[in-house]
Write a protein that binds this ligand. Structure first.
Ligand SMILES: Cc1ncc(C[n+]2csc(CCOP(=O)(O)OP(=O)(O)O)c2C)c(N)n1
Length: 440
């Protein structure tokens, strides 16, 4: 045989070279990943480093509910909030957390970190849907209890096994974080990038993702507590609650009709009473009527998240004190809120937030189902307007088109209005202080 014939042809040679290159590249990748994963296994971040990474990325609103995995992180977050390095928002249920973050975004243009235990992921889901509907960027960081068999209490084994699938579904594939916690900072970065691009990302945090370095301590307020100081504090709370009720509750309601009124008339009267406020109108027929009969730039018909409007108002009002915020709920929307306990502590009730309830006694948006009557303390948290019960089939305002566009329009209005209010206030203050003014 002619030896020349055994020499590889040009294409065979190319193929062999390509194969060789491929092997080298794969080997490099593999060793790189191997080294990275070994490094990540050996060097975990601390809880403080995780907080710093989030804050340094520009996310400085921490909307939080608690889990033992992140107990020391919570303490460090509160300490940093005290020093003014970030803002901490607490609530009583995961249900409100994403809506609070929606409010913060609409009021300031700043995204939030929303954190809770994975057991509460279902509680949070309707609020996360609200963020999708209004296109609000958000970093959600559920813990991963039940991440392995050693976490052997229930419901954590059950929820631990569901977490991956729930995260994948809720965050539409933009879910990060490993069950074994490996490479957490890298996963966190990926999530942060999604949020910076305007999206919603979920990053699950497993106990093995980080080291705890902060020593847990009893919060200062509770260190010195005695039974006597406890009851004194309760009395003080009650006093503040009553004082606040007279400013925020029925006693202070400027809108009083002699008779039951139509929903549209009630909404119109509230807008007339608060012409310069940002107004959030709850889901169902109220949002539709507000949009089709009383549209203005400062209105947000919240077509998503039943019971979430007060949480939006709460986040917005604390995050942006330069403008007044009004929430209009139906009676069933008011009842579905999980903000009652938060707002009952009057120190938590933003001075610039007002809550109205249109009470027609039913959930008209879904039929004629009678409501559980409003609890007697509703009068202390909100202003009531008894409205006519719609006849079935009578309602004719169609659905709200393009809620995400309306949310953007609303946010632009809020920013402009608050800037102007701020400028006006600063001008007045300078004027008051000026010698020119003194001499007049
Ligand atoms: C979590 C959730 N549960 C149920 C519904 C269905 N739903 C939409 S509006 C509504 C009733 C709202 O009642 P209310 O706030 O009193 O206002 P109304 O419809 O009477 O004007 C219900 C039950 C929903 N959208 N979300």
């Amino acid at each position: 045989m002619n030896p020349r014939e055994r020499k590889p042809q040009g294409s065979e040679l190319d193929q062999a070279l390509r194969f060789g290159k491929e092997v080298v590249t794969r080997a490099r990748q593999f060793s790189g990943e191997f080294l990275l994963s070994s490094k990540e296994r050996l060097t975990k971040p601390s809880e403080v480093e995780i907080i710093d990474k989030i804050v340094n990325s520009g996310i400085r609103n921490f909307v939080w509910f608690h889990c033992s995995i992140t107990d020391t992180m919570q303490q460090a977050v509160v300490e940093k909030a005290r020093k003014g390095e970030l803002r901490y928002f607490n609530a009583v249920s995961e249900h409100s957390l994403p809506s609070i973050a929606v409010g913060i975004w609409l009021a300031t243009g700043e995204p939030s970190l929303v954190h809770f235990q994975n057991s509460g992921i279902g509680n949070a889901q309707d609020g996360i849907t609200t963020a999708y509907v209004h296109e609000v960027p958000m970093l959600v960081m559920p813990t991963w209890r039940g991440n392995d068999k050693s976490d052997n209490s229930e419901p954590h084994q059950e929820i631990g096994d569901m977490t991956q699938d729930l995260m994948k579904t809720i965050f539409k594939g933009k879910n990060y974080g490993e069950r074994d916690g490996r490479g957490f900072l890298r996963k966190l970065e990926e999530g942060i990038d999604i949020v910076k691009a305007g999206g919603i990302a979920g990053v699950a945090i497993s106990p093995r993702a980080f080291n705890k370095t902060v020593k847990l301590e009893i919060p200062p307020r509770l260190r010195e507590r005695t039974a006597e100081s406890y009851w004194e504090e309760r009395q003080q709370l009650l006093k503040l609650y009553e004082e606040n009720a007279s400013i925020k509750g029925q006693e202070s309601n400027p809108i009083r009709f002699g008779d039951l009124v139509a929903r549209s008339e009630a909404i119109g009267a509230i807008i007339e009473q608060h012409p310069n406020s940002a107004i959030i109108i709850c889901n169902g027929f109220n949002a539709r009527t507000a949009y089709w009969q009383h549209d203005r730039l400062g209105n947000l018909p919240n077509v998503a998240g039943m019971g979430g409007s007060a949480a939006i108002g709460y986040g917005a009002a604390w995050a942006n004190p330069d403008i007044d915020w009004v929430v209009i709920d139906g009676d069933q929307n008011f009842e579905m809120s999980t903000m009652h306990a938060v707002l009952a502590d009057s120190k938590n009730y933003p001075p610039n937030l007002y809550w109205y309830i249109l009470d027609n006694g039913i959930g008209a948006s879904v039929g004629t189902a009678e409501s559980v009557p409003l609890p007697p303390w509703a009068e202390n948290l909100a202003r009531l307007i008894p409205t006519r019960t719609d006849n079935p089939g009578e309602f004719s305002d169609s659905r709200v088109p393009d809620p995400a566009e309306i949310a953007k329009r609303f946010q632009r209005w809020v920013m402009r209005e608050s800037r102007e209010n701020r400028a006006r206030r600063e001008f007045n203050q300078r004027f008051e202080e000026s010698s020119f003014h003194d001499g007049m």
